[in-house]
Write a protein that binds this ligand. Structure first.
Ligand code: G3P
Ligand code: CA
Length: 340
């Protein structure tokens, strides 16, 4: 689809003013960097995402025992690092959001120990050519890197941090959300127009910081289940309850946008074919919320059969449906599909 057509699509979807930022639409968010090509959440993964034309990079954040924010998708770091071979004796079982998890946990290690580890690719089906080469970066290192890349390239590069398991971290006296805000403040991110989106699958942390920051907040939405803080507080509401007209209006009291699973916008049948789209994009825009869906992946095992092996077709479909942005492991394919 040509750029002019895409602009028209954006116009006719009638997004509310608050859904529009200064960034391109749809926004291309490098999911864990360019994680289709490099071990996720490494500086090299973020570097490649920027090189490929991502507008934004996405660090997921956990916290070390000495209270440093580092980029990992889970606090269990056994799947994405060589911790099992370097610290075999540190394996343990923890209860995370009510579930028993066995492995190695970032919160049991100091930053100095984490820095001895090397990242590895999570998925067996992807290249392992870069395993053992890259460090686990701190959030400060990521922000320094982004600022340096902005100077080098002469363009803004957004940052889309997600605090992982905030209730769990805070139960261990690890102030993950406060540290995130403090780091952003130190690097000069303060205003709504700044290229930052703070995201969470929980609600309580976002609600708590709403009065404390003008930066944009994003409520992540799973296709099933409920936010961990709802479960912990015996709130029976589910993610689906947050997507009703009343639910979206309530979300808009603490968030600027939603980050739903992509199937909540474009459902896929059991045979992999596309079903009729939902009204979620229009519903969210009506509530003044932008919509950033996750996660677009080109791997044969992830791309729904209905796109006939063409990852660009999924990108164009999401643009046609009026989403304001999407997370993708393959920013280069998104850039090509949008004709940028
Ligand atoms: O954060 C949005 C997107 O990244 C989906 O979540 O599980 O990959 O962190 P996850
Ligand atoms: Ca994430």
């Amino acid at each position: 689809m040509r750029l002019r057509t895409l602009c028209l699509v954006a116009l006719v979807t009638g997004a509310a003013d608050s859904s529009r930022g200064p960034e391109p639409r749809p926004l291309i968010i490098g999911h864990r960097g360019a994680s289709g090509y490099r071990p996720e959440h490494t500086i090299e993964s973020y570097r490649l995402a920027i090189e490929q034309g991502a507008d934004v990079i996405e660090p997921d954040l956990v916290m070390t025992r000495d209270r440093v924010l580092v980029a990992r998708h889970e606090n269990e770091i056994g799947q994405t690092t060589d911790v099992a071979t370097r610290f075999p004796e540190r394996k343990r079982t923890r209860i995370i959001d009510g579930e028993s998890v066995t492995g190695w946990f970032a919160e049991d290690f100091t930053l100095a120990e984490i820095k001895t580890l090397r990242a590895r690719e999570r998925l067996p089906s992807r290249s392992h050519a870069f395993d053992g080469r890259f460090e686990v970066p701190t959030f400060d290192e990521i922000l320094s890197f982004v600022r340096a890349e902005e100077r080098r390239l002469g363009r803004r590069i957004g940052v889309y941090p997600e605090t992982k398991h905030p209730s769990h971290h805070e139960s261990l006296d690890l102030p993950i959300t406060d540290s995130l805000l403090a780091a952003l403040e130190r690097f000069g991110y303060r205003e709504r127009e700044d290229p930052v989106f703070i995201q969470s699958f929980e609600t309580a942390n976002l609600r708590r910081i709403r009065p404390r920051t003008r930066l944009r907040l994003v409520q992540l939405i799973e296709d099933k289940g409920r936010p961990a803080d709802f479960s912990a507080s015996n709130d029976a509401r589910t993610y689906r309850d947050l997507l009703t007209a009343d639910g979206l209006r309530e979300v808009a009291t603490w968030a600027d946008g939603i980050g739903p699973f992509k199937g909540l916008v474009q459902p896929i049948g059991e045979d992999g074919e596309l079903l009729p789209p939902t009204s979620l994009v229009a519903d969210a825009h009506r509530a003044g919320l932008f919509v950033h869906v996750w996660t677009l992946r080109a791997d044969r095992s992830f791309l729904p059969a209905g796109y006939r092996g063409d990852a660009g077709a999924e990108v164009r479909r999401m643009a046609e449906l009026g989403v304001d942005g999407f997370f993708t492991d393959f920013p280069d394919l998104a850039v090509a599909a949008l004709g940028r």
